[in-house]
Design a protein around this ligand. Structure first.
Ligand SMILES: [Cu+2]
Length: 111
């Protein structure tokens, strides 16, 4: 019985520790409209998800790095409708569209 009670308390402690990190994670949406990222700059918390939604028929890419240099952190070739990533490391994440890199650029700031 004593072991059962300790197991119960251990589970409660795990739940208390784990819930805050997941319960408050958000999904932040970036729309692709008229071949632009809207908004082009987003600030998120670590653990949040960024979701790009392509609202047009043109294909685009979501490629990390400063255009035209891909830094290999993330990449989605030929985004047709939707792409998402979860970022858990604080920092600045530049990204761009390989096909329209002169104008399609954005930054995600993870706090
Ligand atoms: Cu594009």
């Amino acid at each position: 019985m004593k072991t059962l009670i300790s197991c119960f308390w251990m589970i409660i402690v795990y739940i208390i520790i784990l819930i805050p990190s997941y319960a408050f994670a958000e999904i932040v949406e970036i729309l692709i409209v008229k071949s632009s990222f809207v908004p082009a700059v987003v600030k998120i918390k670590k653990g949040d998800t960024v979701r790009w939604i392509n609202t047009e028929e043109l294909l685009h890419t979501i490629t990390s790095g400063k255009a035209p240099q891909h830094d290999e952190k993330f990449n989605e070739n030929y985004l047709y409708r939707k792409f998402e990533i979860t970022l858990s490391e604080p920092g600045f994440y530049d990204y761009f569209c390989v096909l329209h890199n002169a104008t399609m650029r954005g930054v995600i700031i993870v706090k």
